[in-house]
Design a protein around this ligand. Structure first.
Ligand code: CP
Length: 305
């Protein structure tokens, strides 16, 4: 198939065929990355336009773009004229005048990537917009699970933690359900949004119920930076009730794997023993993120089919 999209704004938008095409492209890159001589994105300028902190996403987009021979500009809002009041759209239009062809955008406001897609000619990749979506994180999680199990259809996946504030959860719910997986959610009632089941996932108060027999457990960080009130009595209580421990892991499928988008709060949502143990695919997720982001940049740039 040919990938006809100009932007990647959300997984909710994509068909199962489009998701499979991105994952297959990333898998091809894993077997043999394009040679430097092929330079598929030579002459393209990719701008990482980040209004929030990032380690994995920004670095892996930079690496992905460089592996495809693009020129890369890294914008950080704190060190830019955004701190003097320049708007997101004005900033992007100015950078577009310098030749930007792709903006990889992270912003605290849900909808920021879509707004930009309507305001500039360049392609937009959403690298996380508020609590809405983080589509390349969802794609790299799907890639990692498909690589481990050989398929996504029929997998049971539990997502545990701060669902309310998690764009990773929303992208994974959309992507996993689209690909035929069963998604279960668990977290404190204050961090499980009402109506979340309309997205196709089942919600549980008790983590022990949610993880019974699952093939994968995705642990989420409590996003204190997005919480505008008190959602938890204390992190200690949260950890005792919802943290992943070796005892809880025994309730899952014998082949269970552990995912986490990072950054980890060791000793809160996950013990170090599990984060660094043989069931953890956390660093595989990070490695696969580069391949998935290469695939997204190449497909949006029209340099691979
Ligand atoms: N998973 C993720 O988005 O990590 P960063 O915030 O470090 O990019």
């Amino acid at each position: 198939m040919t990938f006809a999209r100009k932007h990647l704004l959300e997984l909710e938008d994509l068909t199962s065929a489009e998701i499979t095409h991105i994952l297959d492209t990333a898998a091809r890159y894993k077997q043999s990355a394009p040679a430097r001589l092929e330079a598929p994105l030579r002459g393209h300028t990719v701008v990482n336009l980040f209004y929030e902190p990032s380690t994995r996403t920004r670095m892996s987009f930079e690496l992905a773009a460089k592996k495809l021979s693009a020129d890369v500009l890294n914008f950080s809002s704190a060190a830019s004229s955004a701190s003097k009041g320049e708007t997101l759209v004005d900033t992007a239009r100015n950078l577009e005048s310098m030749g930007a062809r792709v903006f990889v955008v992270r912003h605290p406001a849900a909808g920021a990537a879509r707004l930009l897609s309507r305001s500039v000619q360049a392609s937009i990749v959403n690298a996380g917009d508020g609590a809405h979506e983080h589509p390349t994180q969802g794609l790299l999680d799907l890639f990692t699970l498909r690589e481990r199990f050989g398929h996504l259809e029929g997998l049971k996946v539990a997502i545990v933690g701060d669902i309310t504030h998690s764009r990773v959860a929303r992208s994974n719910i959309a992507g996993l359900t689209r690909m035929g997986a069963e998604v279960r959610l668990a977290g404190p009632p204050t961090l499980l949004p009402t109506g979340i089941e309309m997205l196709g996932a089942r919600a549980f108060d008790r983590v022990e119920e949610a993880i019974q027999g699952v093939h994968a457990i995705m642990m989420l960080r409590i996003q204190l930076e997005r919480q505008k009130g008190s959602f938890l009595p204390s992190l200690q209580e949260y950890s005792a009730l919802y943290g992943l421990t070796p005892e809880r892991l025994c309730l899952a499928h014998p082949d269970v794997v552990i995912l986490h988008p990072g950054p980890l709060n060791r000793g809160v949502e996950i013990s170090s023993e599990l984060a660094d143990g043989p069931r953890s695919l956390i660093l595989d997720q990070v490695a696969n993120g580069v391949l998935v982001r290469m695939a997204v940049l190449a497909l949006l740039g029209g340099v691979t089919s």
